[in-house]
Design a protein around this ligand. Structure first.
Ligand code: ADP
Ligand code: 5GP
Length: 198
């Protein structure tokens, strides 16, 4: 099979991690999650090479100068995040499909970079109200942080038309089945040429 890439993006709380984890568990031998590099310090139990490749800002800048990134962003001042070309090579050399779980801007940039080798999927909750409820239930954010994420989600929704496929994550089992179908159709050697949509 040719080198292929799956890009999952979504406003926070839409269910992106839930669906990505389902896909990874469903096809454990043929797909691998792309580990990003960052210049932020590790949080809690995070490990180098597992959640991120943790670099200093100097190391990160040097790699930018050397053109080692597929894409990167300075998400907060001095805090860089990006995908290393070497990470993509590592996964492809193992004969696997790369899975990206990135924010909507990163998703659009990755699609531009990989073109027809990539399928970009925008995951969205059925409504902003449902999204807010899910963030509340998840219980990982303060009420202020939830309102910030919801406000940001409204802006992030404007990226939807730039993706190859839009998956509405309403009933979870239905969303799982739909994600499997769209991934299988794409990997089944581009029977659907999504790149023509943008
Ligand atoms: P994201 O990665 O997009 O921020 P998560 O995958 O963490 O979102 O999902 C947000 C919360 O919503 C989690 O608590 C998750 O268990 C829940 N969730 C995800 N999909 C559904 C669904 N279809 N129905 C109900 N709850 C869901
Ligand atoms: P966190 O610090 O919470 O792990 O991530 C902060 C933000 O950086 C999130 O919005 C996340 O999606 C984004 N991010 C993580 N990895 C990458 C990457 O490789 N490229 C880009 N552009 N953003 C990333």
């Amino acid at each position: 099979m040719d080198n292929k890439v799956l890009i999952f993006s979504a406003p926070s709380g839409s269910g992106k991690s839930t669906i990505v984890n389902h896909i990874l568990a469903k096809y454990p031998d043929s797909m691998e999650f792309s580990v990003s590099a960052t210049s932020r310090p590790p949080r809690g139990e995070e490990q180098h090479g597992r959640e991120y490749y943790f670099l200093s800002a100097e190391e990160f800048r040097k790699l930018i100068e050397e053109d080692k990134f597929v894409e990167y962003e300075e998400v907060y001042e001095g805090r860089f995040y990006g995908t290393l070309k070497s990470e993509c090579e590592r996964i492809w050399d193992a004969g696997r499909v790369i899975i990206f779980d990135v924010d909507v801007k990163g998703g659009v940039n990755l699609k531009k970079y990989f073109g027809k080798a990539a399928l970009s999927i925008f995951i969205k909750a059925p409504s902003v109200e449902v999204l807010r409820e899910r963030l509340v239930k998840r219980g990982t954010d303060t009420p202020e942080a939830i309102e910030e994420r919801v406000a940001k989600a409204e802006e992030e929704m404007t990226y939807e038309p730039l993706f190859d496929y839009v998956l509405v994550n309403d009933e979870l089992q239905t969303a799982y089945a739909e994600s499997e179908k769209v991934v299988e159709d794409f990997l089944d050697d581009g029977r659907l040429n999504y790149s023509t949509f943008i």
